[in-house]
Ligand binder design. Structure first.
Ligand SMILES: [Zn+2]
Length: 334
């Protein structure tokens, strides 16, 4: 028998959704990567990029009540995606460049995104990108934010930090990567410089492990929001800090936005997409308790031998869910 796949290592029945509770307006997923996809060309002939994975993902999204998705994709994908999926997709332009490239490369990329009509721009600045110059507050990014603002963009998404577990492993060399708290100095700098923009710090601000820190950020910066994306990370850490995260969202329901971080990839089975939306809805809206059905390489198996972390649903109240799932994104992104 084949081993069970990473998207369902506990052999769960994803068709069972009787525990879902939400019945409000449709969900908006503000953090995903719907792109055209093609096979790895290492051992195959180069192929035309295709929309079939996007087709599958959007069909699954619809099944889970997700009506609109903001996608990060290369600028050349926006036209074909928009033509095929219309208003079901909005776009977010990741602004990046290689270390040795002049700043103009980033500005030209920004211009392509702006003329394609993006609603958001994104600065990815995880510690593992720092040796490539990918700081969220690199001077060329600050200038890109100014130019985007001048062109009418009102929302910037940032990836600032990674899971606590990575700072004990991948990033253990604090002299090179900085500590996790160090990462937030750069975010604060941006928040203080651009008070007229709205900032979405991805992946629960990169710190679901410390709801008190998230609350302090929300209190200090009224133009800051968090998205709920990154399924394995949020399932593991939100469940581990269940009461604190729940009460934070209930106190600040206008500052959280639903996001999945789903990525289209050539050859992914439909159930991969199902697993992520199933886990998210189970986590936020239900009081389901069990093991996460998704393999999690960042989880240290417990002494009881369980190989995935607990998934403990927050059971957020309906009015809070309506804001997180729909209203906040509708307000911010129109
Ligand atoms: Zn992402």
């Amino acid at each position: 028998m084949d081993p069970l796949p990473e998207h369902n290592i506990s052999g769960i029945e994803y068709g069972d959704r009787r525990h879902f509770r939400y019945a409000g307006p449709p969900l908006f997923d503000v953090h995903a990567h719907v792109t055209r996809t093609k096979p790895d060309t290492k051992d195959a002939l180069p192929a035309e990029p295709a929309l079939d994975q996007g087709e599958t993902m959007l069909a699954v999204a619809e099944e889970f009540g997700v009506a609109r998705i903001w996608s990060m994709c290369p600028p050349e994908d926006i036209g074909p995606l928009r033509e095929r999926f219309g208003r079901r997709l909005g776009f977010n332009g990741p602004i990046s460049k290689k270390l040795e490239e002049p700043d103009d490369v980033a500005y030209q990329l920004l211009d392509r995104f702006l003329s394609a009509g993006v609603d958001i721009i994104k600065f990815w600045g995880a510690p593992r990108g720092h040796d490539r110059g990918l700081f969220v507050d690199a001077p060329w990014r600050i200038e890109a934010a100014r130019r985007a603002r001048g062109a009418g963009v009102r929302v910037v998404m940032v990836h600032v930090a990674d899971p606590d577990t990575w700072f004990r492993t991948t990033y253990a060399d604090a002299a090179k990567f900085g500590t996790k708290p160090d990462q937030y100095t750069r975010l604060r700098r941006l928040l203080e410089e651009f008070t007229d923009l709205r900032w979405i710090a991805a992946h629960m601000g990169g710190d679901p492990e410390h709801p008190d820190h998230l609350e302090e950020l929300l209190e200090s910066y009224p133009h800051l929001y968090f998205d709920t994306s990154a399924t394995k990370w949020q399932v593991r850490e939100v469940s581990a800090h269940r009461e604190a995260v729940r009460s934070l969202i209930v106190r600040r329901p206008d500052r959280f936005l639903f996001g999945s971080d789903l990525v289209t990839r050539h050859g992914l089975p439909r159930e991969h997409y199902i697993s992520r939306y199933w886990c998210h809805r189970t986590l936020w809206e239900t009081t389901w308790e069990g093991r996460s059905p998704i393999a999690d390489p960042d989880f240290t198996p417990a002494p009881d031998g369980l190989s995935t972390p607990a998934l403990l649903g927050l059971g957020l109240p309906p009015n809070v869910l309506a804001q997180v799932y729909h209203d906040n994104a509708a307000k911010l992104l129109g």
